[in-house]
Structure formats: structure tokens, C-alpha cells
Design a protein around this ligand. Structure first.
Ligand code: TYM
Length: 334
């Protein structure tokens, strides 16, 4: 049915309440592909367990992330929305591709270095081979395009390298995917430390706008956003805070930098921060309302999960059969 459609795949970890960075860098862009591509959007729960999770919380966040996908405009009739652990082929292909991924390659992954520093008491093998699971996620569906934020670029480069290596050693098997990284919103920065990426796991709540924060909370966080000692609304050296706010404002209003500078000419940071906060909160209000409605309907979410897993499994099975043949595994007949 989708034979002539190219494939888009992306995933989000259910490891915390999703942020404005996840929204502007990734999820907001997902629905633009739904008509032209066959889209798989996955809740990657297997990735989340590389750091310790509370089981009840992980389960709840998995439902919530799925509800959020739909609340952000992903229609389950037009997109395959599913949970990674419901399709065991992800873990199976990951093992096979671990044997085509080099120790040196994984050692160079900056996210591994960051996360192993942050979780020094639990530097498990899963944390190390996590990028190969991401490689497997993508290659399993013969993906052409992967919408992601800038922090995932290195993992995409690894995906291409592993796919090329496998194709060279075993013969043509995988489509080589391209990243789709948005030009302006690829890296939304922390509101408290604008030199750092806005991250789900930041311990300082004022640094992170959550997609589901109330209007008041969003405005309060923007009012507290760190800027600089100047008063000019412009980008430039030492103005990372203001620059980040301009990026966010532009993402929601479609205004260019020049238009923003004109709009706030003669006004101070206070007015600007308030405008960014209000615009962001208003734009997310609909997502919040939809989420509140959907998250109560567990039966509906389970139905979406089930259909998504069935659809994804069918496609994964085709790739797995090809992979098994190419590497020389025997197949049970009949
Ligand atoms: P995760 O769950 O950390 O983030 C989900 C998506 O949000 C993007 N993102 C950001 N974009 C802009 N600014 C930010 N501050 C920001 N923070 C996060 C991420 O780049 C990502 O696109 N390993 C992945 C999940 C994954 C995946 C995959 C993605 C697993 N398998 C296959 C694509 C394809 C991750 O941890 O994303």
C-alpha cells in the first residue's frame, strides 16, 4: 500500500515531561511529513532504561508521550504511532548491528560521554550501545528521512556509517537515511544557562519550559530567563539568552529577526520576555487541552498502540527477513 512512499522515522524517549526543545526541535515538525511520507513515530521506551527508571512512572510516561504525539497534531490514521518495546525486532536488529559497530565509534559519541559523567554510578553497557539501538530503529523501516534536533546529528552519522558498512559486507540491504534538522530551532537553549541545551532532565525547573506547563508557569519561566547586562534585543556575542528568546518567538510567530528588532525597538527585556512567554503559552494551549482529553482515554491510547505495533511489526519483519538471509541465519520453513 505504501510501496511508493518514502519513509520517515523518529522517536522520543518517555523519560521525562517533554520540553519546548523537544517540541520545536522535533515533534512540531513531524506532522508536515504525514501526507507525503509513510511516517513512523515511536515512543522509545527501550532507550529510556539506559538510566534507572521508576517502572510505574515509565509506564505512565509512555502513555503520556503517545498522547502528546497525538495532541501535537499527529493523526494515528495517517501516521504509525507505536511503542518501541512492542516491536521486538528493534532489539533483535540492534544485536546484529552491534556486531557491525566499532568500539571506537561508540566511544566517540558525545552523548555517551555526557551521560556517563552524569550517571557515574551506572555506566552500563546499554548506555554505551544506545546509539546502535537508534541505528536499528531507523534502519528497520528502510527510512529515508529522520527529523531530529541537532543533538542527535552524531547518531545519524553513525547510522549512515553502519548502514554503509553492512551493505558493503553483506550486500545491499538498508536504505541510507538523511537527517532532517530544522534550520532555526535545531537547538533550543536552557532559559537559565543559555550556553547549554534545554534538556528534559535539567534539575533546575526554571531552565526548562515543559510543553504541558500552565500558562502562568510558562510566563513566569520566561520572565526569569537569563539575558545579559545590556538592553538591546539583538543576536550577537554574549547575547545567547536574548538570541534563544528570539529563536523561540520567531518559531511561534513566523517573524524574522528584523521584524522582532523593530517590534521591540525602544522597549526593554521585560516587555520582550513577557511577549515571548505569552506567545509560547498561547500556542501550546491547544496541545495542553488535547493532551488532557486524550490522556484520560486509556482504551483509545491502547488501541492506537496496538494498531501501531501491528503495522510497524509487518514492515520490520520484511527487513528482518532480508537481514537474516544476508548474514547467513537459517530460517524455519512451513
Ligand atoms: P530525546 O527524547 O532526547 O529528544 C527527542 C527529540 O527532541 C530533540 N531535542 C531538541 N531539539 C532542539 N532543542 C533542544 N533543546 C532539544 N532537546 C531535544 C532531539 O534532538 C530529538 O529529536 N535518541 C533520541 C530518541 C531516538 C530517536 C531514534 C530519534 C531513539 N531512536 C531514532 C530519531 C530516530 C533521544 O534521546 O531523543
Amino acid at each position: 500500500m505504501y510501496k511508493d512512499k518514502k519513509v520517515v522515522f523518529s522517536g522520543v524517549q518517555p523519560s521525562g515531561v517533554l520540553t519546548l526543545g523537544n517540541y520545536l526541535g522535533a515533534i512540531k515538525n513531524f506532522s508536515a511529513f504525514s501526507d507525503e511520507y509513510k511516517c513512523y513515530y515511536c515512543v522509545v521506551d527501550e532507550h529510556a532504561i539506559t538510566v534507572r527508571q521508576n517502572p510505574a512512572e515509565l509506564r505512565r510516561r509512555t502513555y503520556e508521550t503517545l498522547a502528546l504525539y497525538i495532541a501535537c497534531g499527529l493523526d494515528p490514521e495517517k501516521n504509525t504511532l507505536f511503542v518501541q518495546s512492542h516491536v521486538p525486532a528493534h532489539a533483535e536488529l540492534c544485536w546484529i548491528l552491534d556486531c557491525y559497530t566499532m568500539f571506537g565509534e561508540l566511544s566517540r559519541m558525545t552523548q555517551f560521554k555526557d551521560k556517563s559523567q552524569k550517571n557515574a554510578d551506572n555506566v552500563n553497557a546499554g548506555l554505551f550501545t544506545y546509539p546502535t539501538l537508534m541505528v536499528a530503529d531507523i534502519l528497520l523501516y528502510q527510512t529515508e528521512l529522520v527529523p531530529i534536533g541537532a543533538d542527535q546529528k552524531q547518531h545519524l552519522e553513525l547510522t549512515r556509517d553502519v548502514a554503509n558498512r553492512f551493505n558493503t559486507v553483506c550486500g545491499d540491504t538498508f536504505v541510507i537515511p538523511e537527517p532532517y534538522i530544522p534550520t532555526n530551532t535545531a537547538k533550543i537553549m536552557s532559559l537559565a544557562e543559555p550556553a547549554k541545551k534545554m534538556s528534559k532532565s535539567d534539575e533546575n525547573e526554571n531552565a526548562v519550559v515543559r510543553i504541558l506547563d500552565s500558562k502562568d508557569v510558562i510566563i513566569k519561566k520566561f520572565k526569569r530567563a537569563v539575558t545579559d547586562s545590556g538592553c538591546e534585543i539583538a543576536r550577537g556575542e554574549g547575547k545567547e539568552g536574548v538570541s534563544n528568546l528570539m529563536t523561540i518567538y520567531s518559531a511561534f510567530t513566523g517573524k524574522s529577526d528584523d521584524e522582532i528588532v523593530d517590534e521591540f525597538n525602544g522597549k526593554g527585556y521585560g516587555d520582550f520576555k513577557l511577549a515571548v512567554g505569552e506567545t509560547c503559552a498561547d500556542a501550546l494551549a491547544h496541545v495542553r487541552e488535547e493532551f488532557d482529553r486524550l490522556v484520560k482515554d486509556k482504551a483509545y491510547l491502547e488501541d492506537v498502540m496496538k494498531k501501531g505495533a501491528e503495522d510497524a511489526s509487518r514492515s520490520a519483519a520484511r527487513t528482518m527477513s532480508k537481514v537474516r538471509r544476508k548474514i547467513g541465519f537459517t530460517e524455519l520453513k512451513g
